[in-house]
Design a protein around this ligand. Structure first.
Ligand code: SF4
Ligand code: SF4
Length: 456
């Protein structure tokens, strides 16, 4: 039964949810493969430098990469093993980057079990000072696991220049197919609540909201029940939001929950807010309470082209190929491998690409799958229907930005606020002319970033 909610934002689209493949599949821990590769760039900010050498022995949880910069996060080995190489490695977003290859010790290849059953209603966040929480989060290499990868310590640490009073937890998971956060909220409820309370304590936020789309009534109920058992129903409000893509976009979530708007080009702390994803909260609780760094995460493997879809607790650095094999392999009709969901994910051609801290899903699409079929239809000229403008949750004019990029007029693209695009893909999704507007805009942003680096 859906809990119908009117709380939402302007614009957006309603793609097929396709959550049925995995929403009832319990999280399953996966054993480490023979080799993992850890890209040294898994976050926004300064990439790490390796702190191990070829042939070094490493243990699970050991730091293998670090950068001495404020906006960065260390990277840890998820396995015991030997450093095989430090060399260029495939990266799901930036193509290639330096990575640490580790051969797993065959004697220690049991799957790591999650810590969820070690948390309960009696958890007391007052046992940790804000400084202890921030240090554990930094040392644990925590970054936003919802996709952005912004170092969590920077988000939660008190900043006198931009004081925060409100924490919003993002439990929307609005992308089609993805259910990893949904399963986390159902199965790791106490751990998620513990992480939220610790984050609020570190950020000194007294108003706390958890935003969840109304197509996840069981998650809403699980969290409300848990909070009620901790007598926290008044302090932490679970807000049911309308199911609409991209409800989980940070700016859209803020509009839906609070009716407030982050200034264009601005960030939530500018208006006193801190936004964290549910998986990040779960990882935060583990890092603070058990000193466990971010070495594993839950990944949804879904789509019509995989034999055994599900939600898997995997070591970061495992390759897409190894995970596909663990899930029974691809079906014959596989047409597109996407790291992430079909709206915002990255299509990959190299199956040796490793999963990173921000990889919440692997979606295997067939030619018939709606989002995939769309790109096989013939593209025509823009018919000026205006649907892309209506769908854009940021109120942009996608067709004008795409047109400017197509003609290398970056000055024009800037005039149309290209940088304000959140790359949600809603404009491409609704376009009857099959124009990949979001693709043009992403390319425009990349060209702009390259130009900036060249001039720096
Ligand atoms: S222009 Fe950007 S923000 Fe607007 S719909 Fe397209 S991808 Fe989304
Ligand atoms: S949705 Fe497509 S066809 Fe319609 S105005 Fe936008 S770009 Fe043109």
């Amino acid at each position: 039964m859906k809990l119908l909610s009117k709380m939402t934002f302007k614009g957006g689209v309603h793609p097929l949810e396709n959550k049925q493949f995995t929403e009832s599949r319990a999280i399953e821990a996966v054993a480490p493969p023979k080799q993992i590769v850890l890209p040294l760039c898994q976050h926004i900010g300064v990439p790490c430098k390796p702190v191990v050498n070829k042939k070094d022995s490493v243990t699970a949880g050991q730091v293998i990469g670090r950068a001495d910069a404020f906006i960065s996060a260390p990277i840890h080995s998820p396995v015991n093993g030997i450093v095989k190489d430090i060399a260029l490695a495939p990266h799901p977003v930036i193509g290639r980057t330096l990575g640490v290859y580790i051969d797993t010790d065959p004697q220690s290849n049991a799957p790591r079990q999650p810590a969820a059953n070690r948390f309960d209603a009696a958890f007391d966040p007052q046992a940790y000072t804000p400084e202890q929480i921030c240090t554990a989060v930094q040392e644990g290499g925590l970054v936003g696991m919802g996709g952005a990868g912004f170092p969590t310590r920077v988000k939660i640490e008190a900043n006198p220049a931009m004081p925060k009073d409100t924490l919003i937890i993002n439990g929307c998971e609005c992308e089609p197919f993805i259910t990893c956060d949904y399963r986390l909220m159902l199965e790791w409820t106490w751990q998620v609540i513990a992480g939220i309370r610790l984050a609020a304590r570190a950020a000194k936020c007294t108003k706390i909201f958890i935003g969840i789309e109304d197509n996840k009534p069981q998650a809403i109920q699980a969290l409300r029940q848990g909070l009620s058992q901790c007598r926290l129903s008044e302090e932490i409000r679970v807000v049911s939001l309308k199911t609409k893509y991209p409800q989980g976009g940070e700016r859209q979530l803020i509009r839906s929950v609070l009716g407030r708007q982050v200034p264009t080009g601005g960030i939530p702390p500018q208006i006193g807010l801190c936004v964290l994803n549910t998986a990040t909260c779960a990882a935060l609780a583990e890092a603070v309470v058990f000193g466990q760094p971010l070495t594993h995460r839950v990944v949804t493997v879904s789509g019509c082209a995989i034999a055994r879809p599900g939600n898997y607790y995997v070591p970061i650095g495992m390759s897409v190929r190894d995970l596909i094999e663990h899930c029974g392999g691809l079906t014959e009709s596989a047409a597109r491998v996407v790291l992430g969901g079909p709206m915002m994910g990255f299509s990959i051609a190299d199956l040796s690409t490793p999963l990173t801290k921000t990889s919440g899903a692997l979606t295997l699409l067939t030619i018939e799958t709606s989002c995939c079929a769309k790109y096989n239809k013939q593209r025509t000229a823009c018919i000026r229907c205006g649907r892309c403008l209506e769908a854009c949750p940021e109120g942009l004019n996608p067709t004008k930005i795409a047109h400017a990029v197509k003609h290398f007029r970056m000055d024009r693209a800037d005039e149309y606020f290209m940088s304000a695009c959140i790359e949600c893909g809603s404009c491409s999704y609704v376009c009857p002319a099959q124009i990949d507007l979001a693709g043009y805009i992403k390319t425009g942003k990349l060209l702009k970033a390259r130009e900036k680096r060249r001039l720096a």
